[in-house]
Design a protein around this ligand. Sequence first.
Ligand code: FES
Length: 453
Amino acid sequence: MSTHRLTINGKSHQVEAPEDMPLLWVLRDLLHLSGTKFGWGAGQCGACTLHLDGRPIRSCIMPVRALAGKKITTIEGLSGKGDHAIQKAWHEVDVPQCGYCQASQIMAAVALLKTIPKPTDTDIDPAMGIQFIGGSQTVGSNHQLMRQADAPARQMLIAAAAATWSIPEGECHAEQGKVLASKAATMPVPDSKAVALKKPAEFKVIGQWTPGVDNFKILTGEPLYGIDMHLPGMLYAVDTKCPVFGGKPVSANLDEVKKLPGVKDAFIINGASQPSGLRPGVAIVAKNTWAAFSARKQLKVRWDEGTAADQSWNSYRKEVRAGGGFGRRINNNYVGECALIAAKVGAPVKLTRDRTDDLHGDVHRADGLSATWLQMITLDKGRIVETNFNDYPLLRMNQALAIDIHINSGSGFPGMDEPNLPATAAAIPNAIFAATGKSVRDRPIRKTDLSWR
Ligand code: FES
């Protein structure tokens, strides 16, 4: 542990940290500046981009010992009020979606424009890195349910107003959902199926441009996401799972790990029996995330690998046709794991996983064009061979085909939704078959013989 003096956003800070602690974790865990984000921690994804002496760097691979005399600028220091020209432009055209990577995108864009004021696409692609979309079913799947929940509440507000003012309900209408809320709560709850839903012509928000409500926080780096939260007495955890799906830990060098710098505890998690539930593994709890990550490198676990350890790609594909993206965060079981670790150590805990943890620890799901054209998952002795986007690449925007999009406004709520992604993966081979008579069954297609071309 050494003392480091850092100049961050024009202010001087003194921190106690190991020499090899990356700047990212100094900012996030020691100084609670959470605008700079953690993605993978390997200098690849760009989520942790900030400026060092005015130039963009990946802070997850920049050790604190290298920062003496340097000027560090994070998203929090870019303007202070979110009024840098780039922040304003981002807000104006509503760039943030989930927004997690936007602070780093802004920092990258500011640095790019400083060196190339009028960049071309060729300048922009390498400077801004991977850009891709995900999707959500939330609006499409729940819109009708939300309307059915909303309509009775509106009817109760109207009934409360009519009763209070002694006028017919037909002369009242509800707006903003605030008036007479306490009286409305005492009204009988109407049957949601019997209440008239609002007519589409009366929609005030749907169909209108509505900027993201969290845009200001996203653009200025204010804490917003779960990973940004700090609670008094918080500890920081990582966990490790058996590389073979269904395996569990038998023993581990826990006593050695507990003696490592910054480590508070280390223990085996027994997990649950169902595959989608809490998976068995080993947890390490430390004073900060970097200490937990560092200790995990010294962890040695003896695994009971279970029956899947015999599986290879060739044996597996005989049984199941699988393909597509994989990412642990499609399941929310990490929430239960974090709660279990917190209960064990008796303190609030932040559990952090890197991208490789995600890729090796979850179910597969198809990911549209990327899965169709590029992504190959292989199994060897029950282990996923691919580790991250370096060997499991996503399609880049400049590789994507031109796509015509038709949004149907039928009886349901229109929207793109994520289910279009797997459908795309199936539609392309169907189109190839229709055009050529050739049946393409393997993914990615790129590895298939397309000799009619
Ligand atoms: S590049 Fe640093 S977290 Fe991804």
